[in-house]
Design a binder for this molecule. Structure first.
Ligand code: SF4
Length: 334
């Protein structure tokens, strides 16, 4: 079934047969990952951004957002919390904030590696080849860089001044540097239709990625897209299921964007093939300010409660919270 043609993909996206789709996706995830769900702790260390993406609450034109930047010590406090809770992957994420330069991030990677036996994932946006290479050398193993849409016109509209080809070029660099590479798309962007989404799924599969993330578009009141409807949750779950079937070996998260629209949507995402959840370890005092979309990080519990809550979701869905580092099986089998 993982060799689906475009017509079949589009039919499943339209809701032709959700039962078969979700059942097949779950079967594939069980074959590759068993019942394990990997927990990756994410530290969102800066909400500053030089870009102006239309769909994002961190865009530079949003003057209402109170901005923050964590110090090295504050980031390391979050890392310690991960260690205390047996989390084996730390995701370091920020807006496109160049004030955290090559040396700072390199030092941060070194410090984390000195203190804990963890895998480090970076999600720092578009940087130079030299920076990616330096951080890889320092010990970062994974990099997330979402494409959001492969539709060139839509991409240009949604990310003013940016080019799809530059983003794709960076994914190639990251592969060349032997990172585990992740990307992903938004479901329900204004201007996206089922043909465009079908094409996104095909292009993602062609990229042969280690990680693929997807979540519904959620309009932010301080962006030009404030009046557009949010992406469809059921369609987002179908996208997860299709991603699983078409990319059996990729790690696929049940994202927080799903949870922002529907309380049990992450559980549904797990049942449709997702095998990763990423709780926020960002300090409570700034967590709500990482406001990419409304509802993001809203639970705002302390870290231990957040992790226990996430474990509860996993168990309720019938799976097992795993403290494995969760390396990409694609590299072993694909
Ligand atoms: S999507 Fe990323 S690059 Fe675009 S405005 Fe938001 S944080 Fe910045």
């Amino acid at each position: 079934m993982n060799m689906m043609n475009l017509k079949e993909i589009k039919e499943f996206l339209s809701g032709k047969d959700d039962n078969t789709l979700f059942h097949e996706a779950d079967k594939v995830r069980l074959q590759i990952f068993g019942k394990d769900v990997y927990i990756r702790g994410i530290i969102e260390f800066s909400n500053m951004c030089r870009e102006d993406c239309l769909y994002c609450g961190l865009r530079k034109s949003n003057r209402k957002l109170k901005r923050y930047q964590l110090t090295m010590e504050e980031i390391l406090e979050g890392v310690e919390l991960a260690g205390m809770n047996n989390i084996k992957t730390i995701v370091l994420q920020s807006g496109d904030d160049l004030s955290y330069n090559k040396e700072f991030i390199g030092k941060l990677i070194e410090e984390i590696k000195k203190r804990l036996d963890v895998v480090i994932t970076l999600s720092l946006g578009e940087r130079t080849y030299d920076e990616y290479a330096y951080w890889r050398e320092k010990g970062a193993e994974r990099y997330l860089l979402k494409i959001e849409t492969f539709d060139e016109e839509l991409y240009k509209k949604m990310r003013p001044g940016k080019k799809l080809e530059d983003r794709l070029q960076r994914l190639e660099w990251l592969k060349e540097l032997d990172y585990e590479v992740g990307s992903g798309i938004i479901v329900g962007l204004p201007g996206q239709d089922l043909d465009s989404l079908t094409n996104d799924l095909r292009r993602l599969a062609e990229l042969d990625l280690d990680m693929i993330a997807t979540g519904p578009f959620i309009p932010h009141p301080e962006t030009p897209l404030r009046d557009y409807p949010h992406g469809d949750v059921n369609l987002s779950i179908r996208v997860i299921a299709l991603l699983r079937i078409m990319n059996p070996y990729s790690n696929i998260p049940a994202t927080s964007a799903l949870a922002s629209l529907h309380s049990d949507a992450r559980e549904k995402g797990l049942k449709a093939g997702a095998n990763v959840i990423m709780p926020s370890l960002t300090p409570k005092r700034v967590r709500l300010l990482y406001n990419i979309y409304p509802g993001k990080n809203e639970s705002c519990q302390c870290v231990i409660d957040e992790i226990n809550y996430i474990k509860g979701i996993i168990e309720k869905a019938g799976y097992i919270p795993s403290d494995s580092k969760g390396y990409s099986p694609r590299r072993l089998y694909a």
